[in-house]
Design a protein around this ligand. Structure first.
Ligand code: UT7
Length: 330
């Protein structure tokens, strides 16, 4: 009897731009200060992609190239590319198509997936299902955002939070019981009013007026989102742990979306997981939207051991949220 096919993560790649935007840089741009930002968010600096003609795909390409090198495969071996992003290179075509072209992944099909900060979790669950079906053997799942392209650097409610970055994982079939084991995914579109970009879609197409009214920038009602995020992430983690019969001591790492250190601490506390088992890179990258979770895996990869249980959790625009259980396989 053959055992069930699961989707194991067999390589991780990441990329963050070199340019740093520090809290003291922001002090010169808006009415804020380093102490407020550190205490209220945990962020010290973010990476910003600067330069003409550069887009989200230009962060994804080096991340995917890196994972191919680590795994010793050629991009032409990739069968499917799923890109979680809300800052694609174009409204269409999909950034996945651009990435495959730039990489020479000429045998892959792919698509973008829009779930804001939960983009990587949604994409990971979708990619894992393709592997579990038995039809695909190499699926690349990306979380990437160039948030600096949609942020108003005169709005202190948002510009202190976001940064740019890309992370990617390779999924391959495993029969050893390792890989993506379960996901609790949720969405509630009634939350769209709290975190959104108003213009540039079919509801409010781009015009001189929408540009003048700054309707292409991210609008966030931070305190409201905060309240839903604390509840949503904690409940998704609880549900995931409960239905997989896992206790806090069974979890090697909590991998939370990096939006606010206080949201992360409260999620960890509710799950009974101590902060030394929580992956944190918010101080150096800020909130890279779909990029946060794979960038954590990228930063921590060398510390992960075969058989470790990881719980990934995210909350973001939509609202979208959820948690995913992974048993590390390499
Ligand atoms: O990633 C997608 C999901 N997003 C999130 O999970 C983000 C959730 N929200 C948050 O992380 C927090 O709400 C923020 C970090 C965005 C804001 O923190 P907060 O503790 O909720 O602040 P607030 O908006 O309630 O404002 C508190 C005070 C206000 O002053 P008063 O009215 O109390 O005098 C603000 O005007 O802090 C003031 N304030 C600032 N002060 C200095 C707001 N932004 C700033 C700032 N610098 N950048």
């Amino acid at each position: 009897m053959t055992s069930k096919i699961t989707a194991a993560i067999t390589a991780v790649g990441g990329y963050v731009p070199e340019d740093r935007l520090t809290n003291s840089d922001l002090e010169k741009m808006v009415d804020t200060n380093d102490e407020w930002i550190r205490l209220r968010t945990g962020i010290e600096e973010r990476r910003i992609q600067k330069g003409e003609g550069l887009a989200t795909s230009d962060m994804i390409v080096p991340a995917v190239r890196q994972l191919c090198e680590k795994r010793g495969i050629d991009p032409s071996e990739i069968e499917c590319m799923i890109v979680g992003t809300v800052t694609g290179d174009y409204p269409f075509p999909a950034t996945a198509n651009v990435v495959c072209d730039k990489l020479g992944a000429k045998n892959a099909w792919g698509f973008d997936l829009s779930a804001a900060c939960s983009g990587f979790l949604y994409a990971l669950t979708t990619g894992a299902a393709l592997i579990e079906s038995g039809r695909y053997k190499k699926v690349v799942v990306v979380g990437a955002d160039k948030m600096s392209s949609i942020i108003d650097y005169q709005d202190r409610n948002t510009c202190i939070i976001f940064g740019d970055g890309a992370g990617a994982v390779l999924l391959e079939p495993s029969q050893s019981g390792c890989g993506v084991l379960d996901s609790v995914l949720k969405s509630d579109g009634s939350g769209r009013k709290y975190l959104r970009t108003d213009a540039g879609g079919s509801l409010l197409p781009t015009s001189h007026e929408t540009v003048d009214a700054k309707q292409h920038y991210v609008h966030q009602e931070g305190a409201a989102v905060y309240k839903y995020a604390v509840k949503g992430m904690a409940e998704a983690v609880e549900e995931l742990m409960e239905r997989n019969h896992l206790k806090a001591e069974d979890i090697a790492w909590l991998v939370p979306h990096q939006a606010n250190i206080r949201i992360i601490e409260s999620t960890a506390q509710r799950a009974g997981i101590s902060m030394d088992k929580v992956m944190l890179n918010i101080a150096k990258y800020g909130n890279t939207t779909a990029g946060t979770l794979p960038l954590c895996l990228w930063d921590w990869e060398s510390k992960l051991k075969k058989g470790d249980h990881l719980v990934l959790a995210a909350f973001g625009g939509g609202f979208t949220w959820g948690a995913t259980l992974i048993k590390w396989g390499h």
